[in-house]
Design a protein around this ligand. Structure first.
Ligand SMILES: Nc1nc2c(ncn2[C@@H]2O[C@H](COP(=O)(O)OP(=O)(O)OP(=O)(O)O)[C@@H](O)[C@H]2O)c(=O)[nH]1
Ligand SMILES: [Mg+2]
Ligand SMILES: [Zn+2]
Length: 290
């Protein structure tokens, strides 16, 4: 019997594939082993089973999309999970994640965790992301607040959680699906950093969908792209870009740059623009390597 399934995880030489509402423990055909073909969670595979729960992977289908960090394929959406406090919200990482996800053609959803610890009475840096077209949710995993909204968006879809260590990705999954009992780790007081508790990418059945728990990270390279392309991932630049004197304006030093004027005049947030400038330098440096 040949079945189509989704690879949940690879572990100790076995591959766990979700198909027909159950999990199959699969080994590889010799030709895959020889080629050392790379499988990543989310890969669509054809499996051959006789009876029981064991099967072999016969074929891997082409990927519709993929991310390198976290390493996953064929997701419907990426939940970018960042704490509002402990650790402090890393907006630079959030903007990087938004570029990476958009570049991969994957829809972002922002989930701010630890709402119960949020000190800020001013939510505007968080709410800002709504104004640029993102969906934004606030949750407390400890108080189980905001779960209904998250349930709604993950139902029937394949989602990946991405964000720093200690942000509460595994905790979020536990809140959605308590039977998972995933390991969570404390955040060190001194450094405000997580402890890298989750070590592998794994798709899990949760809240009537498939959701990948992933290891947290604090640094992220931008995907390779042309320097002109970066601004496409900052949707709020759109209206100003049209007004720049030069068509190929990169909004750094060019005279008559409407975008820079808007930032200087306080019309547009400076933080995202700063991140754009920083990312642009990184994109240029990477471009020059080839
Ligand atoms: N107060 C509060 N604490 C939370 C919340 N969510 C998670 N935590 C705590 O934050 C710490 C880190 O949570 P984890 O779920 O392990 O974080 P993670 O994102 O999975 O981290 P890695 O696996 O290291 O990438 C734990 O001590 C959790 O109890 C929340 O909404 N509110
Ligand atoms: Mg974790
Ligand atoms: Zn410009």
């Amino acid at each position: 019997m040949l079945l189509k399934g989704t690879l949940l995880k690879g572990y100790s030489g076995f591959y766990y594939v979700y198909s027909e509402d159950r999990v199959w423990e699969c080994s590889l055909r010799g030709r895959f082993r020889v080629k050392k073909q790379d499988f990543i969670p989310g890969d669509k595979v054809m499996i051959l089973s006789d009876r029981g729960i064991k099967a072999t992977i016969e074929e891997v289908l082409a990927r519709e999309n993929s991310l390198i960090r976290p390493n996953i394929a064929n997701v419907d959406q990426a939940l970018l999970v960042l704490a509002m406090s402990t650790p402090d919200t890393d907006f630079n990482l959030l903007d990087r994640l938004l570029v990476q996800v958009a570049h991969a053609g994957i829809e972002p959803v922002i989930v701010f965790t630890k709402y119960d610890l949020a000190r800020e009475s001013d939510l505007s840096p968080y709410e800002y992301y709504r104004t640029i077209g993102c969906r934004v949710f606030y949750v407390s995993n400890i108080l189980a607040q905001g779960m209904e909204e998250v349930r709604e968006i993950v139902r029937g879809r394949v989602s990946v959680l991405a964000g720093p260590s200690g942000a509460g990705k595994s905790s979020l999954l536990n809140s959605l699906e308590p039977s998972l009992k995933l390991k969570t780790g404390s955040v060190s007081d001194k450094l405000g950093r997580g402890k890298h508790t989750t070590r592998h990418v794994e798709l899990l059945e949760a809240a009537k969908g498939l959701i990948a728990d992933t290891p947290g990270f604090s640094s992220l390279y931008l995907p390779p792209m042309r320097k002109e392309q970066l601004q496409e991932y900052f949707p709020e630049f759109g209206p100003y870009r049209k007004e720049c004197r030069f068509k190929d304006c990169l909004h750094v030093k060019e005279p008559g740059c409407a975008l820079r004027e808007a930032v200087q005049g306080g019309e547009m947030t400076g933080l995202r623009y700063e991140h754009y400038r920083q990312f642009l330098e990184e994109v240029k440096a990477a471009e020059n390597k080839y």
